[in-house]
Design a protein around this ligand. Sequence first.
Ligand code: UDP
Ligand code: UDP
Length: 454
Amino acid sequence: ATKSLLGELNGGGASRPHVMFIPSAGMGHLLPFFRFIASLARHDDDVDISVVTVLPTVSAAEADHFSGLFAAFPRVRRVDFPSHDRDPFIVRWEALRRSAHLIGPLIAGAAPRVSAVITDVTLTSHVIPIAKKLGVQCHVLFISCATIKKAEQGPGAGVGAVDIPGVRRIPESCLPQPLLDLNKQFTKQFIDNGRENINADGILVNTFDALEPAALAALRDGKVVPGFPFPPVYAIGPLRSVVDKEDSSSSSPVVAWLDKQPARSVVYVAFGNRSAVSHAHIREIAAGLEASGCRFLWVLKTTKVDRDDTAELTDVLGEGFLERLHQQQGQGQGQHGMVTKEWVDQEALLKHASVGLYLSHSGWNSVTEAAAAGVPLLAWPRGGDHRVNHWSWDGEDWLVTGEEIAEKVKEVMSDAAVRARATRTGEEAAMAVAEGGTSYRSMQQFVSSLKKAT
Ligand code: UDP
Ligand code: UDP
């Protein structure tokens, strides 16, 4: 409806100007951009407008305002910044890496003098060279299992198969998809970090000898990179919580609910802290849990970043589901269920006597917590490298039906052999970290290596 000022000025003959906005981040920067873009769009519809949108945004408010702008002005083109990873956690790693040059002075200036640095596997290619230059030991705390992977350059441009010496060879088709593209920054960093690992002074792994004997033996036997000595591998897990808590969480409604359930009767359902579950899957899980006839405690997250998770349980699950749970509870019927969106103390919950099974995305921390608690784990690998364990890759989100979920849950809940194995794993975990155990001794060796270097 607006008049074309430019059209008038140019006598109608000139070509349409196209303005591309490249805003920065922060609401204080974005709001004036959004407002100016709106003002220009209202002023003259003979100007083409594009807005470069860096994904992900830093805050939920930014995301909302971007959506608001594009909704209000459909003709304003949205140009997604292509080189950026959408995953906010990867963006944070990137930011850390780009500031890596500041780590040297930080280490050098610390008092008392730093004798060793311990870093994350996503940062090794930057941190290890800096530590070496300063004559400081550098160890890697590996947050996943002991199956540290060795990437081989395959024929052509691909990554090729990945050999896990002493364990198995994973064909390229089973690797996480983001790792197949060697041009991706993430893949390059992943490979750089992998190569740098052999220069570490030690690798600390959250595992224990009885849990991964083959992988640990292979790592210690120098089979990983033939001809190169692999750093000492310290299996120091399962790592336990920061505070020793006897009943620090007993006041929570979740624990109060668990207290009322019979021993080993509850299926604990959780998919880690950053695995968003699609709404379609949530409905299948709900149907599956209901059909299994088992009691369940479901920690439900619908987004990757908790602050983005504003969905109401009733909207996600449907009124009927929650109503039926409450009714059953009221009538004292067999099945009781609880769904929460809160952050729970999962490590403590898994140790609760009422928990009989963990339906898990099998993130490594969760696996070690289940192992320590002696709770059987029904693995549902969902993303990242989790599906390497699965031997197949069926696209980003394939639907597992409620019937399948119910069937598997019932099967594992009633399997005495599985339960016995899980109990034994729990005992082995306790032995590993107890005085004189394998993980205890690994920790001793690690500490004495630090003392030798100081
Ligand atoms: N603003 C807003 N709602 C808020 C916070 C900020 O609309 O909850 C707007 C505020 O009106 C201003 C802009 O965001 O136009 C920048 O706010 P501020 O100066 O606090 O942010 P900074 O520039 O420090 O990022
Ligand atoms: N966790 C928790 N409460 C929650 C969600 C997650 O304590 O509400 C903990 C969980 O016990 C585990 C970690 O967060 O220690 C998640 O790590 P994991 O390796 O299992 O999976 P990721 O979230 O990294 O995929």
